[in-house]
Design a protein around this ligand. Structure first.
Ligand code: NAD
Ligand code: MG
Length: 391
């Protein structure tokens, strides 16, 4: 029986993971559920999945969680705070961790799972962008198994499951849906609203990644993620817009062969792969009926309308602390956009400004990266009122 900790249980990925787990009560158990501060939603999940442990990030929520569990007559133990979550993840309460907290807040628990040698189903791409070398080193040293559940990287993982399969690998092609604003020019992006930005045409996701998909920063973060997961330089990772979101990514070999993974745009497939690998289990996602879809289109990304993808490539090339700065400034900018404080085009402007103001330094330690993350957040917060999208 696999004991699974679902971190970010109340979110979009968390709910997809719990859906797959509940389909396989003989082999999978949600033993730890963790969320930010939505106690009611976490309690509802505890009533359904009856985990041994439940954790909230916000310590102020602990009494409500404890009381709610008691009132529901559940034996689930309540925990709060980042340190408690790291301890739980490293403990024998779980052997598998679904890392689906959003943003850099997911790094400590993801690192703890890697160091403790767990099977790590990684959705939290921001932790790889912020501290990719350190996280991959922790995976190696801790003896962890990392299975990406970001759909593109999961597709590549399925095409390249082991070192043997990687022989003769030429390049990786990440597909991108293009988001809700695909085909618009820069001018047409000026007045777009948060509600329009989070209305993704193909995937149902949390608000932060939905905005990242609309700016193409999501694909930029994924290029950096792919670099760390598969050990390729930026020059061998390409991006292709594919509006149907059925081909989840491709790998090309030196002999001219290309492998791809296809499926409906539903994260439960990638999660089922991660939960059962190397076996396969039902995920609730039906197979692909290509005749119904009819066609697969591909186009080049528009880097003028969507400069975030270019900025992410530049940060990866610059290396050191640059990806941490990119990620932190983007988190501040996306949050301000979702609150209606800045315009859509100010998101890339803020990220570019932070990258220019905080030149990359070597990133040998977690402390250096944390400081770069904090400095970029301070800088971007200060720039919110100053930086508006260029006319
Ligand atoms: P979401 O906003 O729906 O859920 C986020 C979850 O994180 C919630 O459960 C929230 O309570 C929890 N959380 C937030 N801050 C926390 C903190 N400080 N401590 C503990 N928990 C905290 O987000 P999502 O769409 O599920 O995305 C989660 C992660 O997965 C992101 O990194 C995203 O980029 C990645 N991802 C998501 C999808 C998708 O389809 N949704 C696809 C690929 C990758
Ligand atoms: Mg993705």
């Amino acid at each position: 029986m696999r004991q699974v900790a679902v971190l970010g249980a109340t979110g979009s990925i968390g709910s997809s993971a719990l859906d797959v787990i509940a389909r396989h009560p003989q082999r999978l158990r949600a033993s730890v559920l963790a969320a930010g501060r939505n106690v009611e939603a976490l309690l509802a999940l505890c009533r359904t999945h009856r985990p041994a442990h439940a954790a909230v990030a916000d310590e102020a929520c602990l009494p409500a969680l404890r009381e709610g569990l008691r009132a529901a007559g559940l034996p689930t133990q309540a925990h709060a705070g980042a340190a408690a979550l790291e301890a739980l993840v490293a403990s024998d309460a779980c052997d598998t961790v679904v890392a689906a907290i959003v943003g850099a807040a997911g790094l400590p628990s993801t690192l703890a799972a890697a160091r403790a040698g767990k099977r790590l189903l990684l959705a939290n791409k921001e932790s790889l962008v912020l501290a990719g070398e350190l996280l991959m080193a922790a995976v190696r040293e801790g003896g962890a198994t990392i299975i990406p559940v970001d759909s593109e990287h999961n597709a590549i993982f399925q095409c390249l499951p082991d070192a043997h399969a990687r022989a003769g690998l030429q390049r990786i092609v990440l597909t991108a849906s293009g988001g809700p604003f695909r085909g618009r020019c820069r001018e047409e992006l000026r007045g777009v609203t948060p509600a329009q930005a989070v209305a993704h045409p193909k995937w149902s996701m949390g608000p932060k990644i939905s905005v990242d998909s609309a700016t193409l920063m999501n694909k930029g973060l994924e290029v950096i993620e792919a670099h760390h997961l598969f050990g390729l330089p930026a020059s061998r990772i390409e991006v292709l817009v594919h509006p149907q979101s059925l081909v989840h990514s491709l790998v090309e070999f030196v002999d001219g062969s290309t492998l791809a993974q296809l499926g409906l745009p539903d994260m439960r497939t990638a999660l089922a792969v991660g939960l059962a690998w190397p076996e396969r289990i039902a995920s609730g996602v039906p197979g692909l009926q290509l005749l119904q879809h009819g066609r697969l289109d591909f186009e080049a990304p528009d880097l003028e309308a969507f400069p975030c993808l270019r900025l992410a490539y530049a940060a990866l090339e610059a290396g050191g602390t640059a990806p941490a700065v990119l990620n932190a400034a983007n988190e501040v900018a996306v949050s301000a956009f979702l609150q209606g404080r800045i315009a859509f085009l100010s998101i890339p402007a803020l990220v570019e400004d932070a990258l220019a103001a905080l030149p990359p330094a070597p990133a040998q330690s977690l402390d250096v990266l944390r400081e770069a993350d904090a400095a970029a957040r301070r800088h971007a917060e200060g720039a919110l009122s100053r930086i508006t999208a260029p006319a």
